[in-house]
Design a protein. Sequence first.
Length: 196
Amino acid sequence: MGTRSSRPIAGIETDFQGTAKAKATRTNSTDAGIGLPGNNVTATIAANKIPDYLGKVRGRLGFLPQPALLLYTTGGLAYGGGSSTSISGTNNGVNLGLCCGNPPFNSSGSLSGIRAGWTIGAGAEWMFAAKWSAKIEYLYYDLGRVSYSAGTSSPLAGPNSGGIPVGAVVYSIASQTSTRLDGNILRIGLNYRFGG
């Protein structure tokens, strides 16, 4: 930056960062279909959505509306990894019509590995001194949709359970998780330029 130009200014940029996970929790109650009305199985699902790390390789294309201000758009490759989910639940109501209770159930699943996608955004950079500039930038990234099984849980009947043998499987719950790995990033930065 430094001279006004109506011609496009192009460049390339790469970055890598760690991210803090965001957890989403949802509780769902469903009729188990066994025993008396009101005998439900309640499942609490806690899922981590944001990748553990995120990297980008992007092109930048901008122009100078005035000598010290660069406005630009940016886009390119995004990559990252890290996703997991855990599921746990308990029996409600009158224990599916049995007398002595079933233990809590739990299951969990995870997905790991590098995911590749894309990113796009825009920003502005202002040179307020000879070697210093301030920048604000917005990016959206999308690493695609992932689906994986969280396993099957099978609570067992307790002793003396209404004619059902001790240790028998009363019901089985299979769970599947699907989520899109995407997000928004807003950056505010301060840059120092080395050299002439």
